[in-house]
Design a protein around this ligand. Sequence first.
Ligand code: TMP
Length: 218
Amino acid sequence: MNTRNYIKKGRFITLEGIEGVGKSTQAVRLGAWLESRGIPVLVTREPGGTTIAEDIRGLLKRAPQGSIPAPCELLLIFAARQAHAARVLRPALETGHWVICDRFVDASYAYQGGGRGLPKSRIAELESWLVPDLRPDLTLLLDLPVPNALARLSGRGTRDRFEQEAATFFMRVRNAYLTRAEAEPERIHCIDANADIDAVEAQCRAPVEALIAAGDPC
Ligand code: TMP
């Protein structure tokens, strides 16, 4: 077993959504806002957040289309996640940081489950083996219809291996996200990412304010 008992003193917030919805911008804004309120914050991302996990991220993004079978993709993502959890997420949460993570396990259910069609049960096995103790306190799902999200991507230059996927792939990913949000409305808050950037930020802050008001996690 490679998880250990740890006392979580900070809060764990994740941002999710398909490409082009503006998650990364909102993660940084949310981090700066929490810091301005005197809360210790760590902003990180998946896949990534450690040297090895960033290497895996590069591999996953730069590999040619069709070169990574879906189960291999899932295992690489969980390999990166294990390192990130052990070296970054648990230590930060233990020392009282609020962790804002750009994507986490919900992305595996949405992309590898919904998008690639891998069985949910396989993803659940990896989750319960490797990160059973890292459940987000709050997940902000930035939602945008697929054509709008892809239109935003088209202005960004070269597309990586995921971004090159067809609209139908992103429709499956989005549906999987929305299904998870429907099943867990307490944790997963749907944000209308079609609004302007400040309005999206305000929508993101509201449930975080509630988390602050709820007080200490322990
Ligand atoms: P992004 O954070 O820049 O969107 O890039 C990360 C890519 O990795 C994105 O295309 C989604 C993909 N991904 C998965 O397929 N499964 C996962 O579990 C995670 C965390 C990311």
